[in-house]
Design a protein around this ligand. Structure first.
Ligand code: SF4
Length: 416
C-alpha cells in the first residue's frame, strides 16, 4: 500500500491559528514594523531589519506540525529530527506531545503504520523517505518549495550527466537530502564544497587535470571523503559539473563559487566546450536573500553601534546574517534572549570563530546607543520581543524606569 502523504496541510489551518499566534507572534514587533522598523526608549534606539524572522517555509512547517497533532490526537506523532534549527520552537513542539526520532530514547526502526511522521522544511534523504514509506506510517511532508527547486536542478544535472557541485555544509540535513537526489540517477555523483577555499582547491584540480598527479589526487579524495558520493573520482567526475547550493548559504559567496567553477572549466576546456561542461543555477531561496539584503541595507542606511542577531547556532542562515554584519560593526549572535546576561555581559557565538563566548562591556554604559536587530528564518517574533524588552531594561536610567514601559506595554515612538 502506498503511504498516506499530506503535502498541502491537513485542513485545520484555522483551528491551530490561535495557538500559533499565542506561541510565536508578537504585538510589539508588529508595532515596531508599523513605526518604520524603529523602537526608541530613553537612550536606546533599535533598528529592526526590514526582513527578518520566520520565512515562508518555516511558517508552513510549524503550521503543518500543529495541524498534524490536532488531526491525530490519539496517534504517536514524530518529527524526523529538528523541524527547524530553533531550540525554542522545538521545545514548543515537544510540549505539544510531538516526539523527535533523533532523541536517544526513540527507536526510528520502530515506527509503524499507526504512527504519523512529519518531514522537516529542509527535507529528508531519498533513503530515509523510502524507509519511512515502507513502514506504512502516515507522512506529513513540509519540505519547502525552495528546497524542492534545488532537488529538481540536481536531479536534472544527474540525468544529463553532470556532477552536482553543491555549495553547502555536507553535514547539514538539507544538503544531505539534496545530495541524495543526485544518486537517484544511475551514475549520478555529487561533491559538496563548504566555502571559497574548498572551491579554489577543486578548481585548481580541474585546471591541472591534464597533468595527473597521484599525491594530489590522494589529497583530494581524503579531503572530500565525507563530502562526495561513493566512488567519486575527481579525474572522471569533474569533467562536467553543475553548480547548486544549500538554500541558506551566503548568496554572494555562492555566486562567487559558481563563477570560480565557470572560470576553471573555461580554462581547462576552452570557451567552445563551456556550455556542454558547465551549468549553474542560483538556488539561494528568496527568503534567505531578502534577509541578507535587509541587513546590508540597514547597515548602509543607519548609524549602528552594534548588531544583535538572534537564531540557533546551528542555523545556517542566521550564521550568515551574523557574518555579513560582523564585517561592518561589532556583532553578537545569540541563540535566544537568555544570551543577554546583563548590560555588561553577553553570551554569544563569536564570528568567525564559531565558538560560544561571554563578552564583557558589549553595550555602551552611557549616552545614546543605536542597536541593529535581526533574526534568522527559524526565530519567532516573540523572541525578538523579549530581546527588545531586555535591551530596554539594560539601557534604562533612573529617570525612566523600564518597569513603567513594561507596565503600560506601550511602544514609545520617536517624535514626528
Ligand atoms: S530558509 Fe528558504 S528554503 Fe529554507 S525553509 Fe525557509 S524559505 Fe524554505
Amino acid at each position: 500500500m502506498p503511504p498516506v502523504i499530506f503535502r498541502k496541510g491537513l485542513d485545520l489551518k484555522h483551528e491551530v491559528a490561535g495557538v500559533l499566534a499565542e506561541s510565536y507572534h508578537s504585538a510589539l514587533v508588529q508595532d515596531i514594523k508599523a513605526n518604520d522598523y524603529r523602537f526608541s526608549a530613553g537612550r536606546l534606539t533599535i533598528h529592526l531589519a526590514r526582513e527578518f524572522g520566520f520565512c515562508y517555509g518555516v511558517d508552513r512547517a510549524v503550521d503543518y506540525a500543529y495541524q498534524a497533532r490536532k488531526r491525530f490526537p490519539d496517534r504517536r506523532v514524530f518529527l524526523t529530527g529538528e523541524i527547524i534549527h530553533n531550540p525554542h520552537v522545538n521545545d514548543q513542539l515537544r510540549a505539544q506531545g510531538i516526539r523527535f526520532l533523533t532523541d536517544p530514547s526513540e527507536d526510528a526502526q520502530a515506527v509503524g503504520d499507526r504512527d504519523v511522521v512529519i518531514l522537516p522544511a529542509f527535507g529528508v534523504t531519498v533513503q530515509e523517505l523510502q524507509r519511512l514509506s515502507t513502514s506504512g506510517c502516515t507522512l506529513v511532508d513540509t519540505t519547502c518549495g525552495s528546497v524542492l527547486n534545488v532537488w529538481k536542478n540536481v536531479s536534472r544535472y544527474a540525468r544529463d550527466g553532470y556532477t552536482s557541485v553543491i555549495h553547502g555544509k555536507y553535514w547539514h540535513e538539507e544538503t544531505r537530502a539534496t545530495a541524495s537526489q543526485a544518486l537517484e540517477t544511475p551514475g549520478g555523483h555529487y561533491l559538496v564544497v563548504l566555502d571559497k577555499a574548498e572551491a579554489a582547491f577543486v578548481c585548481d584540480y580541474i585546471r591541472s587535470s591534464t597533468r595527473p598527479d597521484a599525491s594530489r589526487r590522494a589529497e583530494f579524495v581524503t579531503r572530500f571523503a565525507q563530502a562526495s558520493s561513493q566512488g567519486f573520482d575527481p579525474d572522471v567526475h569533474l569533467q562536467r559539473v553543475g553548480c547548486a547550493n544549500q538554500t541558506t548559504m551566503l548568496s554572494t559567496e555562492s555566486l562567487e563559487v559558481g563563477e570560480m567553477f565557470r572560470a576553471a572549466m573555461r580554462e581547462r576546456y576552452g570557451d567552445g566546450e563551456l556550455t556542454s561542461r558547465f551549468r549553474a543555477f542560483d538556488t539561494i531561496c528568496s527568503a534567505t536573500q531578502d534577509r541578507q539584503d535587509a541587513v546590508v541595507q540597514l547597515l548602509d542606511d543607519e548609524t549602528i553601534d552594534l548588531m544583535v542577531v538572534i537564531g540557533g547556532y546551528n542555523s545556517s542562515n542566521t550564521c550568515n546574517l551574523a557574518k555579513i554584519c560582523a564585517k561592518k560593526v561589532p556583532t553578537y549572535h545569540i541563540a535566544d534572549p537568555d544570551g543577554l546576561l546583563s548590560s555588561q555581559q553577553i553570551r554569544h557565538r563569536a564570528v568567525p570563530d564559531q565558538v560560544e563566548v561571554v563578552t564583557e562591556g558589549w553595550l555602551p554604559a552611557a549616552g545614546p546607543v543605536s542597536v541593529g536587530l535581526t533574526s534568522g528564518a527559524s526565530t519567532p517574533d516573540n523572541l525578538v520581543e523579549v530581546v527588545v524588552r531586555t535591551l530596554e531594561t539594560f539601557t534604562a536610567d533612573a529617570a525612566c524606569p523600564p518597569s513603567l514601559a513594561k507596565l503600560t506595554g506601550e511602544l514609545r515612538r520617536d517624535p514626528p
